[in-house]
Every structure is written in structure tokens, then in C-alpha cells.
Design a protein around this ligand. Sequence first.
Ligand code: NAD
Length: 298
Amino acid sequence: MAERIGFFGLGIMGKPMSQHLLNAGYSLTVLDVVKPAMDELVALGAQAAAAPKAVAAQSDVVITMLPDSPQVEEVVLGKYGLLEGLHAGMLVIDMSTIMPSVARRVTAAIRAKGGDALDAPVSGGEVGAKNAALTIMVGGSQAAFDRAKPIFEKMGKNITLVGEAGAGQITKAANQIIVGVTIAAVSEALLLAAKAGADPAKVREALMGGFAASRILELHGNRMVQRTFAPGFKIKLHRKDLNIILNTARELGVSLPMSANVAELMNGLIANGCGDLDHSAFVTILEKLANFEIKSNV
Ligand code: NAD
């Protein structure tokens, strides 16, 4: 019998991801604090639930795609939370980006009640979610991973069990260091080139053929030149990920100066009302400091 799936969080990522599961024929129960987000899924055939506990009763596998650690803790461990409705054999898969230590704590609580859990954060953004092409980094048991694999394959392509509970979130933290620091590097490069009088679109095109080529130069470099900053991945969510990274680094006694600088500049962006813009709008804080905005003639 096909697994009955519960899905929490129908935002930029959760909406297309849950739609893929519906299209694949899974029976789906959804819950979001924003009602119109639920109505859209219900119109496509999902059932709506009023509380996490009720979703647990109707589901074999529950997926969460929520903003941050506090929301995952609330939905799983809170009053009328998943844990209250947990039945033996239930699998909870958190695909949000949260603190690795919280992922381990949530998994322990679920296992103590006879269920199992995976932390399975994703990379690939809204485009990856819409195209069912997400990279999925997983922490947890091999048995839970094998059970979840057919479900993951409806949403993603590069799916890896990295290690035990928390290993998926650690991998995602590593991913977000590379993405954040690279966005900062691309921003500095295009700003310098533009201020020197070179056309940033041409500079980007030239660099895409060499050692500095990257997906971030390709996609976010283009966003910077075209000034298309609608999200995508919001600055406030990337700042949240940098909090996760820097808190985890503190727990481990590791110094991450590049990530810290990016986080500080993102604080400045949020203070300037840019938290809901795409993280490629990082370039705008450097532009403010330089009192110069990059422009293309192409
Ligand atoms: P989003 O803000 O668009 O969506 C989050 C959804 O969760 C919203 O619809 C919100 O109403 C809902 N929600 C909040 N609290 C809730 C609760 N207690 N119960 C039920 N629903 C609740 O965020 P997003 O961009 O979809 O990101 C979701 C997660 O995926 C985040 O952890 C983010 O860091 C991660 N992520 C996002 C991207 C991206 O490109 N957007 C890429 C990779 C990973």
C-alpha cells in the first residue's frame, strides 16, 4: 500500500514539492498557518488538517518544510504536535534548514516514541523544487532512508544519505557557507568591474568560460546585472542559515570569518528593509558602501 503523506509548510518550496507528491498519486494531508496556501493544495486533491496531531493520525510519513528550528520544534514537540499523535512506525522527514543539534533532539524524541526521523534539507531553490530536481542531503538510519527514497525521488535527483541524525543539516550548513561566500565574491567582482567601467554583463559572460565559473556567477550574477531581486531564496532565510552556521561553529569551536562577514552584511540588508528580497540582492549593500550601482549596457 502506498504511504499516506502529511505535509507541513506550503511556501515557496513546500508548495511545488507537495504538488509533485499529489501528482505521483500519494494521498496527501496538508497544513500551513496561511489558509490560502492550503486552499490551493486542497483544490488539487489534498486534504486539509487543523493540527499537527491530526495530520499524524492520518499519515504514515510526515514531511515538514518550515522556515526555521522553532517552527519544526513547535510542530513536532509542541501542544497538539506530531508527537502527541505519533503511532509506531511513523516516519517524520524534516526538509527545512534548521540547527543540526535541534534535528538530533527532534529525532531522539520521535525515536523514543516508536517512530523514526530523517533530516533531509535541500538545495536547488525554487527552480529545483518546481522541476523536481532538488539535491537532498539526508541524516538518519539506512532503513528510514530506504523507505523514504521513493518519496524523495518525486522531489529531487541527487539524493545522498550522508550519515546519522543531523548529518543532513551539517551538509546543508556547508552548502550555505559556499553559496553565501560565493554570492559575496560575485558581488564584489561585478561591482569592481562595473566601477572600473567594464560592462558587468560582458564581464560575467567572459568569466563563465574560466576557472571562476559557477552556478552562482551564472544565475545570481545575471540577477545582479538584470536587477531581478524577487525571491527565490530570501535574504532573511539565508541570514537564518548563517545563524545556524555560526552557532554550530561556536558549539564546535571553529572560526568561520568569511561566513561571519557575510552574516554582518546581511544584517545591514535586513535593517535596510531588504530581508524579503532574493539573496542575490546582497550586491546592493556593497553598492551602498561604494555609492555606485552596477549597470549593463547589454
Ligand atoms: P517560505 O517562507 O516561503 O515557506 C514557509 C511556509 O511555512 C509558509 O507557507 C508558512 O506559512 C509556513 N509555516 C510557518 N510556520 C508554520 C507552522 N507552525 N505550521 C505550518 N506551517 C507553517 O519558505 P521557503 O522558501 O519555502 O523555505 C522553507 C525551508 O526551506 C526553509 O528552512 C528554507 O531555509 C529552506 N530552503 C529554501 C530554499 C529556497 O530557495 N526558498 C532553498 C533551499 C532550502
